[in-house]
Design a protein around this ligand. Structure first.
Ligand code: FES
Ligand code: FES
Length: 411
């Protein structure tokens, strides 16, 4: 056993620990600070991230004895930290947490991004967050919250945050911790200001590290491609009719809606459409209500719908750009290529993970293609198809099968 002295959230403490106790267990079990969460306990998930002398570390792979004389900041220690107070508001506004298990580690990493990378863009934020896994949110809200804080600080520079950036550049940053007297007065002193010296604000703008990945990055825990803002899914279907007939049919939005299971159009102008779509996925069901703008290029046989919607039950929000392009495969056959770029925020965002949404969309597009063929063959059919429940086990099996095929090659 060892006796160690260290500072935790501004308080000096002395405790006895074994050689093998990691910092996460030490903080939770010995210091009773249970805000530090433990997930994988081998340095992968980031749930246990705390600050060690101002820098994020994995508590689960840091020995407590190695922290002798050091300063630790846990999620309980950011009360008056100027970056964390902004992140708290932004995480709430952007729905950046659900169960909250990843949140203490996520916030510690987010704070580091805000201080270290003032000019970070979405791609950079995603790369920096790659070491923090979230099972719930689909990351969109987390990334949006961090980007919102970065943008706000660019638009309205904050002297306290800037001083922390300068201190970090000099290797001496730590969160602001109020003394009891200051807390009682409601006044926050700012230790880092005394460390500013002659460094200018400009010199605190740390250069970005070179981008690691070109135009495309991958979301954490999945293989979904992220370009611009959202996740992209591609699908296609064939219709046994000429391209002119299919284009004319698909220019009639009511006819299109009648082929999309669960969709209903409520109002329509040449450029705008409002309506709702019911979705069933195993035990989950949602009715997204919203509107979309439409643009069409008849010469190229391309149409683009840009829509936003919200599920009234879960309050999940979705945005989606659907682009479809028709191409004649023969005189009597048309291939319809569909590209969906979407974002999901709120409780349903968990379905963004692991290919579930892609598989769901592909099935919807396949059903839609069958219905278009049927309607063109039998125009007198008017009953719109009901939302069809898709069993998640079937979808999971399909995803597993796709992965097996991609490993061994399709035969
Ligand atoms: S619990 Fe430490 S990284 Fe997962
Ligand atoms: S694991 Fe991230 S909010 Fe639940």
């Amino acid at each position: 056993m060892n006796i160690i002295t260290l500072t935790v959230n501004g308080q000096s403490i002395q405790k006895t620990v074994s050689d093998r106790t990691h910092l996460g267990d030490f903080l939770r079990d010995t210091v009773q600070l249970t805000g530090t969460h433990l997930g994988c306990e081998h340095g992968v998930c980031g749930a246990c991230t705390v600050l060690l002398d101002g820098e994020p570390v994995r508590a689960c792979i840091t020995y407590a004895v190695a922290c002798e004389g050091r300063s630790i900041t846990t999620i309980e220690g950011y009360d008056s930290d100027p970056v964390m107070s902004r992140l708290r508001v932004a995480f709430q506004a952007h729905h950046a947490l659900q169960c909250g298990y990843c949140t203490p580690g996520m916030l510690a990493t987010a704070r580091d991004i805000i201080l270290r990378l003032p000019q970070a863009d979405e791609q950079r934020v995603r790369i920096e967050l790659a070491g923090n896994l979230c099972r719930c949110t689909g990351y969109m809200g987390i990334v949006s919250a961090i980007l919102a804080v970065l943008q706000d600080l660019r638009d309205h520079p904050d002297a306290q945050v800037q001083a922390l950036r300068v201190a970090m550049a000099k290797g001496m940053t730590k969160p602001v911790v109020m003394s009891e007297a200051e807390a009682a007065q409601g006044f926050t002193s700012f230790e880092a200001k005394r460390e500013l010296g002659q460094i200018s604000e400009a010199s605190a703008q740390m250069p970005l590290r070179p981008a690691i990945i070109g135009g495309v990055s991958e979301t954490q825990g999945g293989s979904q491609q992220v370009q611009q803002k959202g996740t992209k899914v591609n699908a296609s279907f064939d219709v046994p009719f000429g391209v002119d007939a299919v284009w004319s049919f698909m220019s009639d939005l009511k006819a299109v809606a009648s082929c999309l299971p669960g969709a209903q159009i409520e109002s329509e102008t040449p450029e705008q459409v409002a309506g709702k779509i019911a979705i069933k996925f195993g035990p989950m069901s949602a009715i997204f209500k919203g509107s979309a703008t439409i643009s069409r290029d008849a010469a190229q046989r391309v149409a683009v719908l840009k829509g936003v919607g919200q599920d009234s039950v879960s309050q999940s929000r979705a945005t989606g750009d659907v682009r479809y392009q028709l191409e004649a495969s023969s005189a009597s056959s048309t291939r319809v290529a569909v590209e969906l770029l979407y974002t999901l925020q709120g409780p349903l965002a968990q379905f963004s993970r692991s290919g579930l949404v892609q598989e769901f969309v592909r099935r919807m597009v396949a059903d839609f293609g069958k219905n278009v063929s049927q309607r063109l063959a039998h125009p007198e059919t008017i009953a719109p198809p009901q939302a069809k429940a898709i069993h998640p086990v079937t979808v999971m099996l399909s995803i597993i099968w796709q992965k097996i095929k991609s490993v061994f090659g399709s035969r």
